[in-house]
Design a protein around this ligand. Structure first.
Ligand SMILES: *[C@@H]1O[C@H](CO)[C@@H](O)[C@H](O)[C@H]1NC(C)=O
Length: 176
């Protein structure tokens, strides 16, 4: 038997002792993957990567999406990582400041603020990317902390970035 319990939002917060929210950025607050995919596909095709055959979504999902720059560069140009990093950088310039906030982002962030929850951005994006994306999404004052995967012992999917975020948030909570 399937049962469904519907709670309204204020009942939910009363039931769950929620103190903090940890958000990713790319693909969570911002639907950036489709844009990354198109930009990567065009740039790589222009370089003759893969014999000029455009990369497909499977390639993107397995080898690029959510990965650190160094790992992407290694997959793309295993014999010339510097060249790979150069392309990753170029991609960022093309990506610029395209707006891609998810629908409902404003409502969500307002709800989190209204309930006085602590918040941190937890991302595998390099710091300059994250710090470009956060103001673009209008979230400069929203986040208390930015946790960057490659500044942690291990990036996601290892738990380190989330554990570091919790440590920082606890410090923040206890500082009152
Ligand atoms: C990911 O990259 C590797 C190395 O270039 C390649 O062999 C593999 O086919 C790629 N994955 C997909 C799903 O295309």
């Amino acid at each position: 038997m399937i049962s469904c319990i519907c709670v309204n939002k204020s009942a939910f917060i009363a039931l769950v002792p929620l103190e903090a929210v940890l958000f990713d950025i790319d693909g969570t607050l911002c639907d950036s993957d489709p844009i990354h995919f198109v930009v990567f596909r065009e740039l790589l095709q222009g370089t003759g990567f893969n014999g000029g055959i455009p990369i497909d979504e499977d390639f993107f999902a397995q080898n690029i999406s959510g990965k650190l720059d160094d790992d992407i560069a290694t997959v793309l140009f295993p014999d010339d990582i510097e060249r790979g990093l150069d392309y990753v950088k170029k991609k960022k310039n093309v990506l610029g400041r395209k707006s891609c906030a998810i629908k409902g982002l404003c409502k969500l962030t307002k709800w989190v603020e209204d309930h006085g929850l602590k918040r941190a951005a937890v991302t595998n994006s390099p710091r300059p990317n994250a710090e470009l994306m956060i103001p673009t999404l209008g979230l400069t004052d929203f986040y208390h902390n930015h946790i960057i995967g490659d500044e942690c012992e291990d990036a996601k999917p290892a738990p380190d970035p989330y554990l570091n975020a919790l440590k920082l948030i606890r410090g923040f909570l206890f500082s009152f």
